[in-house]
Design a protein around this ligand. Structure first.
Ligand code: ADP
Length: 235
């Protein structure tokens, strides 16, 4: 049985000021998959992610996410697209002057939630999912880096996204916190959310094997096993 395809890149190209950054990029992501993206600094990893959340458009080729054609998406469709995506960056991006609850409720309201009882119930659910219940009143600075990143992940999960995009989610964390975040991402993935994770920490590809994309030579090489990609890189 074929699993449902949620993201398709077909012959995608992107350049900036006449300089080609990506070309002939083709790959698919299926429902519930975990994929790493690795590549040197400047190879186009963030650009590739930006095209998924419609912060950049491809110059040519096709990108389809769910029902959205990202080459032709209109401004007023973008908020609807982003409700189907969770986005997590390396720098935690919490509002420093609001507590955890307000950091999350802010996003729920921005995506159309109005009823306080529903907001509160949803926040309880996502906080439980990331193992942080009871911390709703804490200010970001009262939390460890790992805990802050878990709040960001909780916030990314509020609309039950089809796909979680994580750009170096463990980039600012020590090894122990990195493992906590990886275990959490794995748990979220096992519950059905597909994850696309950019990392420069190649050791993770060995410790937590998954599919992997290598951005190199302006294009994407696809590996069904991340260990094979490491072998090709280092052997
Ligand atoms: P990575 O995430 O792999 O480090 P990026 O996708 O950020 O790489 O950048 C790839 C290349 O595209 C870099 O040379 C960068 O300078 C260039 N670039 C990225 N975004 C823009 C932009 N908005 N305008 C011009 N050049 C850009």
């Amino acid at each position: 049985m074929e699993t449902r395809r949620i993201l398709t890149f077909e012959n995608v190209a992107k350049s900036f000021h006449g300089k080609t950054i990506l070309e002939n990029v083709s790959f698919n992501v299926h429902l519930g998959e975990f994929l790493y993206i690795i590549g040197k600094t400047g190879s186009g990893k963030s650009t590739l992610l930006k095209m998924i959340y419609a912060d950049q458009k491809p110059d040519s080729g096709k990108i389809i996410f769910g029902d959205f054609d990202l080459g032709n998406i209109s401004q007023n469709q973008i908020p609807f697209l982003r409700r189907k995506l969770g986005i997590v960056f390396q720098d935690f991006q919490l509002l420093p002057d609001r507590n955890v609850y307000d950091n999350i409720s802010f996003c729920l309201r921005a995506s159309g939630w109005t009823q306080e009882s529903k907001i509160s119930a949803r926040i309880q659910e996502v906080m439980e999912k990331v193992g942080l219940n009871g911390k709703e009143k804490a200010m970001p600075h009262q939390l460890s880096g790992g805990e802050q990143q878990r709040v960001v992940i909780a916030r990314a999960l509020i609309n039950d996204p089809l796909l979680l995009i994580a750009d170096e989610p463990t980039g600012n964390l020590d090894p122990e916190m990195t493992d906590t975040i990886m275990e959490l991402l794995r748990k979220i993935n096992l519950s059905g959310t597909a994850i696309l994770m950019v990392t420069h920490e190649h050791i993770l590809l060995k410790r937590y094997p998954a599919r992997a994309l290598h951005i190199t030579g302006k294009t994407v090489l696809e590996y069904s096993r991340s260990e094979q990609l490491l072998k090709d890189l280092y052997d």
